[in-house]
Design a protein around this ligand. Structure first.
Ligand SMILES: Nc1ncnc2c1ncn2[C@@H]1O[C@H](COP(=O)(O)OP(=O)(O)OP(=O)(O)O)[C@@H](O)[C@H]1O
Ligand SMILES: [Mg+2]
Length: 279
């Protein structure tokens, strides 16, 4: 089977976005759209303009979400407000139109809450996406699986003809990596988080993290059992772990790829999704 995914455009977009966080690219005549990703570990805001050029972004480590649900409403509002202001101060323009995303199948429980957080922070929420649909706005995967290895959970979405046909979300992710590291190296959870985010240490910590990755592999295997998935795309911050894609590919025996900085796929996807709507 021919692999159809081509990350060139996705990677260019992510790279431009990363640069824009430090060096904002603002054309004040253009309409702006903000993608807000409220995660277990990070809250990320991605701003693009009407021509889908990354403008600026901001993110912060946060503890306001657990397993996809908002557990600290005021805390979440405060962080989104703060990140919004941080970007506005940098670009000199007020942000208004935004999109949010929630884990699939949680609309009835939490969709409204995530939207309320963004509105309380001063945004006009144009759309609530489900996370894999948002991710696919920039991945453009037709057939295969998008695996989002975030902080609290791993979410697997199976796509057919570009549409999400099945989703599974299970509680294993980067938090579990950090817990295992903290135990094995006898360091605090916070220090384990920092150690884990240091790319220079990834080779050394990989063997320690293998049991958790094996658990993620078993979650993926169960989710794709009985489907004809022939390509797996990793997104989410925990997919930043060096060589996680080759280890997963070796074990599942299905081509596994990740774009550059998989942590920014969902917030950028949300922003692109609402910009497309505004066309
Ligand atoms: N350089 C890095 N190497 C390895 N892991 C990293 C790196 N940077 C961030 N992470 C991990 O990525 C995770 C956060 O990813 P992401 O922002 O996708 O999750 P989230 O959306 O907050 O969580 P969830 O989707 O489960 O709600 C954290 O566990 C964090 O420690
Ligand atoms: Mg997430």
């Amino acid at each position: 089977m021919v692999i159809k995914i081509n990350f060139k455009k996705t990677n260019e977009l992510i790279e431009k976005f990363e640069k824009s966080i430090k060096n904002p690219q603002i054309d004040k005549s253009k309409k702006l759209y903000t993608g807000i990703d409220l995660g277990t570990a990070f809250i990320v805001l991605a701003v693009i303009d009407e021509d889908k050029n990354p403008v600026c972004g901001a993110y912060e480590f946060a503890n306001v979400i657990k397993d996809g649900m908002v557990v600290d409403y005021i805390g979440a509002c405060d962080i989104v407000k703060k990140l919004k202001k941080e970007i506005e101060d940098k670009i000199g323009v007020e942000l208004f139109d935004a999109g949010v995303a929630i884990p699939p199948n949680t609309e009835s429980i939490d969709g409204g809450v995530v939207k309320n957080v963004a509105e309380a922070a001063g945004f006009n929420v144009c759309e609530v996406f489900d996370e894999p649909t948002a991710a696919n706005k920039i991945l453009n995967l037709q057939d295969g699986a998008v695996v989002d290895i975030g902080g609290g959970t791993t979410g697997i979405s199976i796509l057919k003809n570009g549409k999400v046909i099945k989703v599974v979300d299970e509680a294993t992710g980067g938090t579990h990596f950090s817990l295992v590291l903290s135990g094995s190296n006898k360091i605090s959870f916070e220090d384990a988080e920092l150690l884990k985010r240091d790319f220079k240490r990834h080779k050394e910590i990989f063997p320690i993290l293998k049991p958790v990755i094996d658990k993620i592999i078993s979650i993926i295997n169960r989710a794709i059992d009985g489907t004809d998935v022939n390509e797996i795309i990793l997104v989410g911050g925990s997919a930043l772990l060096e060589n996680i894609e080759s280890y997963i590919e070796e074990n599942i025996k299905i081509k596994t790829l990740k774009p550059k900085n998989p942590m920014f796929v969902i917030p950028l996807g949300i922003a692109i999704g609402i910009a497309k709507k505004g066309e």
